[in-house]
Design a protein around this ligand. Structure first.
Ligand code: TRP
Length: 374
């Protein structure tokens, strides 16, 4: 048994190192397409979990990049868990910040954009003790060197600008494995930066089976979770760089139509008045066209042709109208929801209660597999 675990440690280190390689990315993309076809035929074999760190407010990049997809899968009949990853907030920063406001705002966004608590369990992992307890046996299954090698942990540590690596930052991929496995999710819609964590999650599940065994001899306690890569049209900020709250180049879901117009009027374009869709040579203009396409359901090339000589001003006018029209119903629902903060907390508490039931059942099984049921 122990030897087996050692063998897989080496295999995992390779897998983690290569999980962002081109070949493995292509495999994940192919697999994602196959999963989508399977869902279209029969969603019942899937349980999906995904979530967000409550570190800021959701913006239109999140919406078109992943949230829209979650709602689609939920509505296609996939059983869904949506996690507010509040403990992850403190992995790489001091203190929790305005966490209560951020968590309630996140849940408000979720409901406004169509995540339906009648179908989906929305919960915060700090409120689910049995989920967090899975971290202990899971930590016994990983080595410190594989954690240090995790490319996403490395990148996140580098982004802190010299801050010492906290124990939580180093081990958060294992905590994320607990997020996924507590409910035995087998489907995790994520961006490609999260692929190393998915690989780590599969390794934890496999090693748990090898080392601690099963309750039902026919089935491992934990499934092998797969990534569903968001087709991830990567939306840039209004200045043509990565969209990020700290750069002030985002349009948040909670903003008004006027605020949206104000930000977009300042968006960066280029000196060529004639509008064309050319992502390589004209990234800023093309990004605005991509957004206009997503918001209007039209082909960005057709929009560019229509605007033609209308210049950056014409493009922005089109985009402002399209975005504001697209988000109007979501924003209206958001405003309604904001007027009843008690309802938001009720939804979260009900989700927490449901997540606790599921986590307690899994932890009981884990204790039994480990011979720790007294
Ligand atoms: N790490 C994810 C992010 O930064 C958020 C997250 C936490 C998550 N736990 C998860 C995503 C489990 C998928 C599954 O976006």
């Amino acid at each position: 048994m122990t030897d087996q675990v050692t063998d897989t440690t080496e295999a995992t280190e390779d897998a983690l190192a290569s999980s962002t390689s081109d070949a493995s990315l292509r495999r994940s993309e192919e697999r994602s397409r196959a999963i989508e076809e399977q869902i279209a035929r029969d969603p019942s074999g899937f349980r999906m979990l995904t979530g967000d760190r409550p570190t800021g407010h959701l913006h239109i990049g999140h919406y078109f990049g992943s949230l829209m997809n979650r709602v689609r899968l939920q509505d296609a009949g996939v059983e869904t868990f949506v996690l507010v990853a509040d403990y992850q907030v403190i992995a790489d920063r001091d203190g929790t910040g305005p966490i209560h406001e951020r968590v309630t705002s996140l849940v408000t966004d979720y409901l406004a954009l169509g995540i339906d608590p009648a179908k989906t369990t929305i919960f915060a992992h700090s409120q689910v003790p049995a989920l967090n307890q899975l971290m202990l046996p899971f930590l016994s299954l990983v080595s410190d060197s594989e954690l240090y090698r995790n490319p996403t942990v490395k990148a996140e540590h580098e982004a802190t600008g010299g801050r010492p690596m906290s124990g939580l930052l180093l081990t958060y991929p294992v905590h994320q494995a607990a997020d996924i496995l507590f409910c035995k999710a087998n489907l995790v819609p994520v961006g490609k930066d999260q692929l190393p964590h998915l690989e780590q999650t599969r390794v934890v599940a496999r090693r748990f089976d090898e080392r601690y065994g099963r309750v039902d001899p026919a089935t491992p306690v934990f499934p092998q979770a797969e990534a569903l890569l968001s087709s991830g049209s990567l939306i840039l900020g209004t200045d043509g760089t990565k969209m990020s709250k700290s750069k002030g180049n985002t349009i948040e879901l909670r903003m008004s139509a006027d605020e949206t117009a104000k930000i977009l009027k300042k968006a960066v374009t280029d000196s060529d008045r004639f509008i064309t869709y050319d992502p390589v040579n004209r990234p800023e203009v093309s990004n605005l066209l991509t957004l206009a396409g997503l918001a209007s359901g039209r082909d960005p090339v057709a929009i560019a042709d229509e605007i033609g000589n209308g210049g950056g001003g014409g493009l922005k006018k089109y985009l402002i109208e399209a975005l504001n029209e697209f988000f109007a119903p979501i924003r209206a629902r958001r405003a309604d929801l904001e007027s009843d903060p008690g309802h938001i907390l009720d939804v979260l508490r009900q989700g927490n209660a449901r997540a606790n039931e599921v986590a307690d059942a899994t932890l009981a099984e884990v204790r039994q597999a480990m011979g720790m049921a007294y």
